[in-house]
Design a protein around this ligand. Sequence first.
Ligand SMILES: [Zn+2]
Ligand SMILES: [Zn+2]
Length: 204
Amino acid sequence: MLLDAGAPLLPHMHRVGVEPSGIDVVFLTHFHGDHTLGLPPFVLHRIFVDKPRTLTFVGPDGVQERLESLFEVSWGIDWKPVMLPRFKARYVTARAKGQVAGYRYETVKLDHGTAGSNGYRLHVGSKILAYSGDTEPTAPLERLVDGADVAIVEATGPGDVFSHMSWEAAAALKKRHPKTRFVFNHLYSGTVAGAAKDLQVVEV
Ligand SMILES: [Zn+2]
Ligand SMILES: [Zn+2]
């Protein structure tokens, strides 16, 4: 599974040894560009290089329209006649709970920007993986991470971070959920002692 799809997705997958053809499902939290603009090259690769295999997109309301318009902007007049007929895709609007591509999930609506963001609780074997995408540190985020084995949560920067979570709020969240292993991402500013490097593969 892929959790959001910022750019440059495809070269990074190759560099860390993740096979693009091995992805069955992409969970999208929201449609901001830093979470979706890796998809056009990934889809191109899927259509022309990988064997045809269905790719499922799970996302907020309008997921099909939003992604198809992104692909049409990306590939122009070639999208509909040349590429779309070869693209095996399925679009699923995330419900409160469901099952897709063999994964059970629950959706938690988080506070981010005007449209909000879908956080997901994903059942991977016997473990629960919580993934926030972008969010303010409000009550729904507590529900998202509560009881999760692993939580991948944004922590954008120090101090006042508009419509995101600060490092200070992230530290407090981690303290309130001591049994959960937190992986913080989406940092835009500075470095933190012990932070992962770009393209580092982390065993969880
Ligand atoms: Zn965002
Ligand atoms: Zn973002």
